[in-house]
Write a protein that binds this ligand. Structure first.
Ligand code: AGP
Length: 635
């Protein structure tokens, strides 16, 4: 057994906190606003929080309450709600906020909403004001007094200072002076029945109701009331009353934003009977992959169609280079895409970390295609990489799971994954659907460039269409995974090994274990073992090997033999009818036979489940691991 891990490790697992993102909700209409605000904030809990607050316009006053709310000790929005005297709040316009501290510790003073010194303006904010120190100095010189240590407070004093009878104008004037990122909601006793909102780099949507309208950072907060939404663009301002919405740019020019219809239902955004969103999303993978493939494989597997893509076939046919750019799990999907394009399509393909790309971009020109892979479509590093790629003349194709998210709106085209809302911070079904979309893209490029023969294309597409069924079968073999999770729960480190297409699988499996169970896990190319890591092998340092049948299998077997020769423990994801491997390793996590090229779609499933079950037996907060964000929208 591995060295027993210390008790504080177990308590550390319970010392969870959320993620670096805030929840925003606002309502203007005829209903009592308080329950709508609190219900909306509850639906945004998954974004993480360390305080919560609401404020309501009524009888010429702003009535408010806010307080620290410790996710680490399991407090929920309903705990905050229970402290409110509902009778105090009977207005019909209001804003609510769950905060994850970026500036200023999580206490009642620093919680949002923030108020002007005369108490007539209130504001909530998600994002970071980068020049807040300079603005604070400027405002203090003009007699403004600050009550909080937050960056946000400068906004409400600026708006107050600039107000000349038009709240939307005052907000626009204030944001003109601001550098950084924001999604804000503002109300004032001067203009009852109105909310003014603005967004730059932090997501914000408008919900369109009948005689009522909403603002929210994400759709689960308002889907109960409306499925019609506008996604605000960077630099948009919105002024909402119960029956009117006007969206403008700096300077007041009106713009129209498309009305999108939310297709998922509220149950989907809930756990649907699973103990955690993550487990539900792991089990949704067959359906998510099927949904992502649906309508994109021509009859009789004759080819791929993405419908009206914003990049023409003629352009794709002549593109010379493909660069995947992404972060985290999405980066691992790009690693698989790189090999598939190189190996099957014969294309010059690369993959880059978005956080590196923006400073050290590869050589790009007008014949380059940059594929930005992102579940949320809001990851700031990937968004900035998209902008950099366009500046360098490349065409940008997003592979994304969120309709009209910022990255999709700034890309030339988008292949949407249809994974449905992914709430668990650890990405699972989004990864599976990113792979499915990338394989389709590869086959489509191969078709356009005449790089794969019709028979081969047919074979790939037929096999790809089999994956949902094979993934379902993989999900049925979990007993051994749970046993392994029990057996290795106290390990302090794990080595994940893979080669070729499953090099990325090893990295992805290690990331899953790290991010939800807090066990150190290292993804490594198996061929690199002899260049160092083999020195670490001993019985307290188990290895998870990914070795399905294929070109790399013999090499993987010899790497595993090297580890076994040094008394290393080896768990191995392997093809289900591979008898030889059973004699070699300590535990086999079986997957159905599939081409090595497509095996990442199946090989990752046992690793997701292993990480999940280890995290559960270690008492960790699976859906909201400490220090992590579902989407990293601030740098
Ligand atoms: C993966 O489990 C993590 N949640 C994280 O690495 C994530 O994949 C990364 O932050 C990228 O997010 P995106 O796909 O929304 O851009």
């Amino acid at each position: 057994m591995c060295a027993a891990y210390s008790l504080q490790m177990r308590s550390a697992c319970n010392a969870e906190s959320g993620e670096h993102m805030c929840g925003i909700i606002g309502y203007v209409g005829a209903r009592k606003v308080l329950p709508i605000l609190l219900g909306g904030l509850e639906r945004l809990e998954y974004r993480g929080y360390d305080s919560a607050g609401v404020c309501v316009l009524q009888n010429g006053k702003i009535v408010w309450e806010k307080s620290p709310l410790s996710m680490t000790s399991g407090e929920k929005v309903k705990h905050f709600a229970s402290t409110l005297n509902a009778k105090k709040f009977d207005g019909t316009t209001g804003i609510g906020h769950t905060r994850w501290a970026t500036h200023g510790e999580p206490n009642r003073t620093n919680a949002h909403p923030h108020f002007s010194s005369d108490g007539k303006f209130a504001l909530i904010h998600n994002g970071i004001i980068e020049n807040y120190q300079e603005l604070k100095k400027w405002l203090k010189k003009r007699g403004f007094r600050f009550r909080t240590d937050t960056d946000t407070e400068v906004l409400i004093h600026l708006i107050h200072k600039l107000y000349r009878g038009d709240l939307a104008k005052a907000v626009a004037g204030a944001m003109k002076r601001v550098e950084g990122s924001y999604a804000i909601g503002v109300i004032s006793t001067h203009e009852p029945g109105r909310i003014v909102a603005a967004r730059l780099m932090s997501p914000l949507i408008i919900g369109l109701g009948k005689g009522e309208n909403f603002i929210a950072s994400d759709s689960p907060a308002i889907i109960k009331f409306t499925r019609k939404v506008h996604y605000l663009e960077d630099g948009d301002f919105a002024s909402l009353t119960a029956d009117k919405i006007s969206i403008t740019r700096q300077g007041g020019k009106r713009v129209r934003r498309k009305t999108h219809t939310l297709t998922y239902d509220i149950a989907e955004a809930e756990k649907g009977g699973y103990p955690h969103f993550m487990l539900k999303e792991i089990y949704q993978q067959p359906e998510a992959i099927a949904d992502t493939l649906a309508g994109r494989i021509k009859k009789n597997f004759a080819g791929v169609t993405f419908g009206r893509l914003g990049i023409t076939d003629a352009w794709l046919k002549k593109c010379k280079k493909v660069v995947f750019v992404a972060c985290g799990t999405a980066y691992h999907a790009g690693c698989v895409g790189r090999y598939f394009l190189r190996d099957v399509i014969g294309l010059d393909a690369q993959v880059e970390f978005a956080s590196e790309f923006r400073y050290f971009p590869p050589e790009l020109d007008k014949n380059s295609l940059v594929v930005a892979v992102s579940q949320s479509g809001e990851t700031i590093d990937t968004l900035v990489a998209v902008r950099e790629a366009k500046k360098l003349g490349a065409k940008v194709l997003a592979v994304c799971n969120v309709q009209a998210s910022t990255i999709t709106r700034e890309s030339d085209a988008t292949i949407y994954t249809h994974a449905g809302p992914e709430i668990g911070v650890a990405s699972t079904k989004a990864y599976a659907t990113q792979l499915a979309a990338i394989y389709l893209l590869g086959i489509s490029l191969g078709e356009l460039k005449g790089k794969i023969k019709p028979a081969a294309r047919k074979r790939w597409l037929r096999e790809l269409s089999e994956i949902p069924r094979l993934a379902q079968r993989t999900l049925e073999k979990t007993k051994l995974i749970k046993q392994c999770a029990q057996k290795y729960r106290d390990c302090t480190t794990f080595l994940y090994l893979g080669r070729g297409y499953n090099f990325a699988t090893a990295y992805e499996g290690a990331l899953k274990l790290k991010e939800i169970s807090y066990i150190h896990a290292e993804g490594y190319g198996a061929g690199e073992m002899k260049h160092g890591p083999i020195a670490l092998v001993q019985w307290t340092y188990p290895t998870m090997a990914v070795a399905p049948r294929g070109k790399m299998y013999p090499k993987m077997v010899s790497n595993i033999e090297e580890i076994k020769a040094r008394n290393g423990i080896v768990l191995c994801v392997a093809s289900e009818n591979d008898r030889a491997i059973k004699a070699l390793v300590d535990h086999v996590l079986p997957i159905p036979e599939v081409s090595e090229e497509l095996s990442p779609l199946l090989a990752v499933i046992p690793l997701q489940l292993f990480a999940y079950h280890v995290a559960v037996v270690r008492g960790c907060s699976v859906d909201q691991p400490r220090n992590l964000a579902k989407s990293v929208t601030v740098e």
